[in-house]
Design a binder for this molecule. Structure first.
Ligand code: SF4
Length: 184
């Protein structure tokens, strides 16, 4: 099914008891969390929303590195962007405070890495961001690393693994946590 982008105004609500891995609603398929945090940094009025789980992926130059990114997008489309927010890993060492604040205020962090070098996990830890879950595609899914960037790994299986990790982190937080701004 084609993915359409919603309005992103935050006007929709989600039933509290809705399963986290239920099919995402059309209006939830915008990666809204970063622009939301940008508005908060600028002091613009926003409708307070519960924080999603932040997902970082290594996006490395290998089959499994590319799969970390593509499968993370698939996973977010499955659970919906009110539950999973994709954030840019490179922005952390680059010093972008809005994304760092987004990670700090997330419901938890899932780091997706292609191989045991664990660049995503290690980068986040270096900046005092502690992922609750770390997926290593080679180890956890038994996929061999190579450098063919166009092989199209089993994204469905990998994304389902990410969905499971996001669900566990999301459901482990008992109360809905509104996103807020930590002063840099
Ligand atoms: S974790 Fe592995 S695949 Fe990902 S960026 Fe690092 S070396 Fe590349």
């Amino acid at each position: 099914m084609e993915n359409k982008t919603g309005c992103g105004c935050g006007c929709s609500t989600v039933q509290e008891m809705e399963p986290v891995n239920a099919p995402a609603k059309e209006q939830l398929k915008e990666n809204w969390y970063l622009p939301y945090m940008n508005k908060k940094i600028l002091g613009e009025a926003v409708e307070e929303k519960p924080s999603p789980v932040a997902v970082f992926y290594c996006a490395g130059a290998s089959n499994v590195g590319q799969a970390s990114m593509l499968a993370s997008v698939q996973a977010a489309n499955k659970v919906g962007y009110d539950k999973a927010a994709l954030l840019c890993l490179a922005s952390i060492p680059a010093g972008l405070k809005n994304i760092y604040n987004g990670a700090k205020n997330a419901r938890g962090i899932v780091a997706v890495d292609g191989c045991p070098m664990q660049c995503s996990l290690r980068t986040l830890k270096k900046y005092e961001l502690e992922p609750r879950k770390n997926i290593v595609i080679t180890k956890d899914l038994g996929i061999t690393k190579d450098f063919d960037l166009n092989t199209g790994q089993d994204l469905e299986t990998i994304s389902q693994h990410i969905v499971q990790a996001v669900s566990e982190v999301y459901n482990s937080v008992p109360t809905e946590k509104p996103g807020y701004l930590i002063k840099p």
